[in-house]
Design a protein around this ligand. Sequence first.
Ligand code: FEO
Length: 398
Amino acid sequence: MATVEIKKNIYWVGAVDWNVRDFHGYATPAGSTYNAYLVVDKKSVLFDTVKKPFASELVRNIRQVIDPERIDYIVINHVEPDHASALPEIVEVVKPEKIICSSQGKKGLLAHFHREDWPYEVVKTGDEIGIGERTLRFVETRMVHWPDSMFTYIPEDRLLISQDGFGQHWATSERFDDEVDQSELLYQSARYYANILLPYSPVVQRLLAEVSAMGLEIDMIAPDHGIIWRSNPEKILAAWDEWSRQVTKNKALVVYDTMWHSTEMMARAVADGLQAEGVGAKVMDLAAFHRSDIITELLDSKAILLGSSTLNNNMLPRMADLLCYMKGLRPAPKLAAAFGSYGWGGEAVKLINAAFEEMKFEIVDPGLRVNYVPAEEDLAKCTELGKATARRIIESRQ
Ligand code: FEO
């Protein structure tokens, strides 16, 4: 991919990964990008690197602008291997005077690469380094996404280089927000937030307040993944504010896995009840939707109803997988209910309820169990469960 000058003498030199389909359990059907940025000044600076297989592409891209040996500093805003695993090869080529990182960044780099001999320079929030016409100002952003994470702000360019912050896993040949479909951009941004940042939402809230209090004038946000926000950076700041407050809509998810279609019949009847009371219901079969799709929809849903048949005294494996993933992402409490068919044991509903309690969800009904195949009166009870949940959604404040 050709380099792109994003501001005068500041270049995108990263790599587009059209093929990546998984980030530690988060499905990325649209691929991703590993954005690295090169600032050419009296001291030239590279911001982050790329995933290791793209190291030579990064070097080629840098060569389109300057000889890599002219780079003086490498700033590591984030140590995770999608940004730093190419670092050993880049250090060999660049021979940097400094590798600038947070204190946790230094710990992380040592734990990954075991190179005590690299020229680390540790910075903290508020520290500044002049590089000629420009100043690098650092803002530590612990847990957005890892303890080592930080932003770099360049006041002379009003540019925020934000590592994982405000990114998307979306491979495109376009580099800027005004060049792509807006609804897809927002969807990919929400999907990324839900599947990566959701557990750190309180930290994101504090960070947004801190950035606002600093009074940084920002006219471009350059994240390490996806599209660069140059036309409307306020849009993604506002979206992150909304997502980190976990603002919900009058919307419910009905998610199920089914053995012989009985639990599926129940799910459809539950959705009928929600819709009858005017609440939008999204019905998602775990055989058709990935856990990442469910979490994306959960972000702005007020309620979730989970259905599973009982298999071997347990819930079905795909439902267990979803609940394991969901617990780790620590969503804000939702209204919740469980349902499912069974032959003899019938434990699935009880186990789903236990997971709801662990996540501090508000259980609106003890749950519906149907022996083998639902009769009309069973389906009517499912519809009534949907209606009762819808009424609770409408009554709830947020
Ligand atoms: Fe894109 Fe947390 O790494």
